[in-house]
Design a protein. Structure first.
Length: 433
């Protein structure tokens, strides 16, 4: 049976949704024009006034906003409300430059938590459930977002945050947690540890997982589902737009429904900015329709995916986005060829390896090199050199046919690659150092 947190809106007709978006967009454009001088200047530079935006059909006229704008406007330049009306900030880790600091009014937080509640209910959550939130808490949006969503659904919430894996497993067992929320790489690690403890899927009380915040593959989903005996749902979001819950997966597990009453999604050609049709891969762009404190219009996420309006068996009418295959800034260009870490992961998992790997890119004698360190499972582990080199060759062949370029594979001992409790760091690009 399909369940909804807010059925009326989640299953609204296309016409109703469109009307909501038209009305909210007009209001939001007026809001940024009146209250965000940075945005007003951008609109003026594009020769626009709020009158030019009468409906979603006019969205394409608005200028894009990018991470560079956020950096330039840091920290208050994009604020849409006086600070006295804001109640919280969240922030990104800032590994690639200045942190993004996003501001929230209480209204913004309520809507964000509702989005997360929709995701939890779509994963089968009810007030009978025990929801363990193992995303990091604090400045990162994962913990606070899912925590708030879990409260709204009425689940008993266990706010473990990330880390201390033995304690995570203890709570799952002792308090019979039924839903686990964390990054997919941490879920894989928790699953691996459970297996080592001798726990079978039948002995694990979990029934569902809500995993996101980083790119992961279908193969990784199957592995986690098998180890824990659960159904694993994807969830997407970014700090700039609120956090997790911008989109979420339903029982069909084939892409994530965008909460279209709050966000308009577009796919553009990252080079030209041209809006692309359904089914075409490109850069995801979002317009937030109700954010008061940090309203972003046509924000370029740098995530690569496509959209589909195909009817979904769950009954929701929201457009679906495919799982992001990576980010434009994640994409490695190796000897002129575009390579996404997710493509490498697919080959590894298809050949029975765990998702514990590291990609090392370097430049030697002016030529890019691609080395992939892959962990063997305990069952594969051997000191038979011949067997290892046969395996390495098989992986190199698989990578060649997936990527079109040669990669060098090194098989390494089980447990020799560091595990992640949050977002995994898979790529070391020495060319940038
Ligand atoms: O990662 C918000 C989040 C928390 C989403 C918990 C889901 C669950 P940021 O730290 O700002 O926010 O990072 C946002 O992470 O632009 C994507 O590149 C990536 N990302 C988020 N969810 C997914 C996903 C949170 N399901 C950036 N699949 C985004 C692939 C994802 N990438």
């Amino acid at each position: 049976m399909n369940k909804y947190f807010q059925k009326k809106i989640e299953c609204a007709s296309g016409k109703t949704l469109r009307k909501i978006q038209d009305e909210k967009l007009v209001k939001q454009v007026q809001h940024v024009w009146d209250d965000v001088p940075y945005y007003r200047k951008k609109m003026e530079a594009a020769g626009l006034t709020p009158d030019d935006i009468q409906s979603v059909d006019d969205l394409h006229k608005l200028p894009f906003l990018s991470k560079a704008d956020l950096r330039e406007a840091y920290p208050y330049g994009l604020l849409g409300k006086p600070l006295k009306d804001c109640v919280r900030i969240q922030s990104t880790s800032g590994t690639t430059g200045k942190r993004v600091v996003a501001f929230y009014t209480q209204h913004d937080i309520d809507l964000w938590e509702e989005c997360c509640a929709r995701a939890i209910v779509a994963a089968g959550g009810t007030k009978e459930d025990v929801c363990q939130v193992s995303y990091g808490y604090g400045l990162f949006t994962g913990g606070p977002g899912l925590n708030g969503g879990s409260h709204k659904v009425g689940c008993l919430t266990i706010p473990t945050s990330s880390g201390n894996t033995d304690r995570q497993i203890m709570f799952i067992k002792d308090l019979s947690a039924t839903i686990l929320c964390c990054t997919p790489s941490y879920a894989a690690y928790i699953g691996e540890t459970m297996k080592e403890m001798g726990l079978t899927p039948e002995e694990i009380p979990l029934k569902a997982g809500i995993f996101g915040a980083e790119a992961w593959s279908e193969e990784m989903r199957h592995d986690i589902e098998k180890t824990m005996g659960i159904k694993a749902y994807d969830i997407y979001g970014l700090t700039e737009l609120s956090g997790p819950g911008v989109s979420f997966e339903c029982s069909e597990q084939s892409g994530m429904h965008v909460n279209e009453d709050h966000f308009i999604a577009e796919i553009i050609d990252p080079e030209t900015g041209e809006v692309l049709p359904d089914g075409t891969m490109g850069e995801l762009v979002f317009t937030s329709l109700d954010k008061e404190a940090f309203p972003l219009l046509r924000y370029r996420t740098r995530d690569i995916c496509s959209l589909t309006h195909k009817k979904c068996s769950c009954g929701r009418t929201f457009v679906k986005m495919t799982r992001p295959r990576g980010r434009t800034d994640d994409m490695l260009i190796i000897r002129g060829v575009n390579v996404f870490p997710s493509q490498i992961e697919t080959v590894l998992l298809n050949q029975g390896y765990p998702a514990n790997y590291q990609i090392i890119v370097d430049r030697v004698n002016n030529t890019d090199t691609l080395d992939v360190h892959v962990e063997m499972t305990q069952e594969m582990f051997t000191d038979n050199i011949g067997e290892i080199s046969t395996r390495q060759k098989e992986l190199e062949d698989g990578l060649k046919s997936m990527l079109g370029i040669k990669a060098h594979v090194s098989l390494v001992a089980p447990k020799s690659i560091a595990r992640s409790e949050g977002k995994a760091v898979r790529v070391i690009d020495n060319r940038k150092i």
